[in-house]
Design a protein around this ligand. Structure first.
Ligand code: ADP
Ligand code: MG
Length: 254
């Protein structure tokens, strides 16, 4: 059984799509309050693993424990109530509402996916205290200046930050990020990495980060999980995993 220091435990997870085994008896433990990286080539099963971990993808075998509670087979809303929040490879933002309203939706534990034009109605009747919390969070993430803009007017790096800010507004214990640095330049990636590390450390959030940028992942991940064709080929402390010759050959080129 997983210890109490695990935010998320996947036990013996298998997911098949027809003849493709996207995850093949994969077990991982994501510790509380630190950043874990999930790496592997295209098609390795990384996004499928995040979908399983957030209740979006049913499994063929295995169990999903969130903070030691068995959520296998539960709906995504149940995972959200267990204070799990996530981003997608493509940001899920609503053109009709501004950045601040996205944060207010988050504070009310709504994520924007699928709400679209109705989202504005959900943030009516906001209280002074909700507004203050939203302003503080916007300031903390450097988004105050774009608070009244539609996220669609913003560059991709800021759109990704808006999504993270919305996730943080839900007060998550676990944050799943799918390739957050895709499309960002070096400087934006560095800034993003610093924010994710700081949020995890200061708020005690367990972050599971899917990332192809090895510099970023090695810099901020205390633990590393390596998937290859649906199989977990290495896992553990980053410094140990990066000594593994198979990992070095495949990912580090050393
Ligand atoms: P990664 O995120 O590591 O690039 P994915 O988890 O997206 O990999 O995909 C793993 C494998 O599962 C790939 O072979 C992909 O084509 C397949 N796959 C993923 N989602 C589906 C789906 N909904 N239907 C069929 N095959 C899928
Ligand atoms: Mg993916």
């Amino acid at each position: 059984e997983p210890g109490e220091d695990m935010a998320l435990s996947l036990r013996d997870i298998t997911v098949r799509f027809g003849g493709v085994c996207a995850l093949d008896h994969v077990s991982i433990d994501v510790p509380k309050g630190s950043v874990s990286g999930l790496i592997g080539p295209n098609g390795a099963g990384k996004s499928t693993l995040l979908a399983v971990a957030s209740g979006l993808q049913p499994v063929d075998t295995g169990r999903i424990l969130v903070d030691t509670e068995d959520l296998t087979g539960a709906r995504p809303q149940r995972f959200a109530r267990a204070r799990m929040s996530r981003t997608f490879q493509a940001p899920q933002l609503v053109p009709e509402i501004d950045v601040r309203q996205h944060i207010l939706l988050g504070l009310r534990s709504f994520r924007s996916q699928g709400w679209n034009a109705k989202a504005g109605a959900l943030v009516r009747g906001i209280t002074r205290s909700e507004l203050d919390r939203a302003e503080r969070l916007l300031a903390e993430l450097g988004l105050s200046e774009v608070a009244r803009r539609s996220p669609m007017e913003l560059p991709l790096g800021l759109r990704r930050l808006v999504e993270v800010a919305q996730c943080i507004a839900t007060d998550p214990r676990i944050l799943l990020l799918d390739e957050p640095s895709a499309g960002l330049n070096r400087v934006e990636t560095q800034a993003f990495a610093a924010i994710v590390s700081r949020l995890s450390a200061e708020r005690g959030i367990a972050v599971l980060l899917v990332e192809h940028d090895m510099d970023l992942v090695l810099e901020i991940s205390e633990q590393l999980f390596v998937l290859d064709f649906g199989e977990l080929i290495a896992s553990g402390a980053t410094e140990d995993v990066t000594k593994d010759q198979r990992v070095r050959d495949a990912y580090l080129g050393t």
